[in-house]
Design a binder for this molecule. Sequence first.
Ligand code: FUL
Length: 476
Amino acid sequence: MSLRRCLAEFAVLIVLAALAAVGCSPAPCYPIPTEAQVEWQKMEMNMFVHFGPNTFSGLEWGTGQEAEDLFRPTALDCRQWARTAKAAGMKGIILTAKHHDGFCLWPNPVSTHCAKDVDVLKELSDACREEGLKFGVYISPWDRNDPAYGTAEYNEKYAETLRSVHNGRYGPVFEHWFDGACGEGPNGKKQEYDWPLFNRTVSELQPDAIQFSDVGPGCRWVGNERGEAGETNWSMLNVDGYTPGLGAPPVSSLSQGDENGERWIPAEADVSIRPGWFWRSSEDGRLKTVEQLMDIYYSSVGRNALLLLNVPADTTGRIPAADSLRLMEFRRQLDSVFARNLAVRVHGHGRRLLDGDFDSYSVLRRPSFEVALDGPMTFNRILLQEYIPLGQRVRAFRVEALSPDGAWTDIATGTTIGYKRILLLPETTATRLRITVTSSRAVPILSEVGVYIQQKNHRRYCDGANIYRVCLRDRA
Ligand code: FUL
């Protein structure tokens, strides 16, 4: 054999060995997400901002009869929203550009019911760009102001409204929120929405925008406003025969997805930090606690959903200090739980499941693998991630722990994993875990494994007299 041929064969062997080591690009398990859907899922947590005439009237749903000059923020500061969201670890902001009252926070060429002297979308999209955040919009199809509502003309006007936001004037829009609510307009009529026209209009102008509704196509409502996904949560959904709003899929499908769903339509869990969606002074003392926000995080991000947390701006046009500080406390708590992965080795899988890199994955050729902890360790959280670009596969798994005295015990079972699954367990001390995928749609492919402890009495960073000093320093 010539030296050249020998070298060539050696090179082929090396390539094959490398492919085997990375799992040899297993075939996708359909349906699979688009690249934009994967990028969206990786955002994990975004901020929703409800802002408009309701901020000034105290109503949750404006009547549509509000005078335009009711909306008069005294010190609008979208940069403060963006800095707050960023410091809280959010990756994007979605603004209610038009709520059901029909009032537009930008100069909409097909409406006169708009903010005067200010283009809030311009302010916010610029601020997001400066802070490295993505910018998204909620534009309610239900419109209690537009006299054309309830006629075919309204669908055209709404499509034109979409064009005026998605035409690039505000840069890329990462998510468009289609609220399915469909009440009566000013003339008492309801509208038959032309969803194909609306979806097409957005996708032609912003092909990467994730379109939210009860049936996607980009992501789906989770079926409640508590920020809570099903413990079993598939990112697939059957949408044939369903529409947003009254014709939505059953709540069980929205919260759990459909294992055999034909489309990839992952769940987004929306919830407000306050009892209402809009700011009102009477709710200033009723913010969700850090513990409640942690529970929400575990039941959304920790159950394969994206968390959209509403933090409304007040009449000044700023996020109130108390809400912002609560977000900082929440961030501190998250960081303290996930700062240290107690797992140090995953047998048979190199570093790929521990390298913090979602895109380096490992194919589970055998259903079980063992995870060594950094000595005997006490933990109460286990985090698993599937490599979703190749599909969501795991139906069920089991976790055993090896106690310091050498006994294996079952400590947990779970169903789906998806992009991220966080198991909440009682405090357990072990030196090693064994994780077994007991059922899957195709060979399982994992990205990450983590073992963590959430301390019972975590330090309250933003308590009492220190609240402003400590948190404002943290935000800087
Ligand atoms: C709902 C709306 O009716 C609420 O006012 C709020 O905007 C929520 C996020 O969506 O459908």
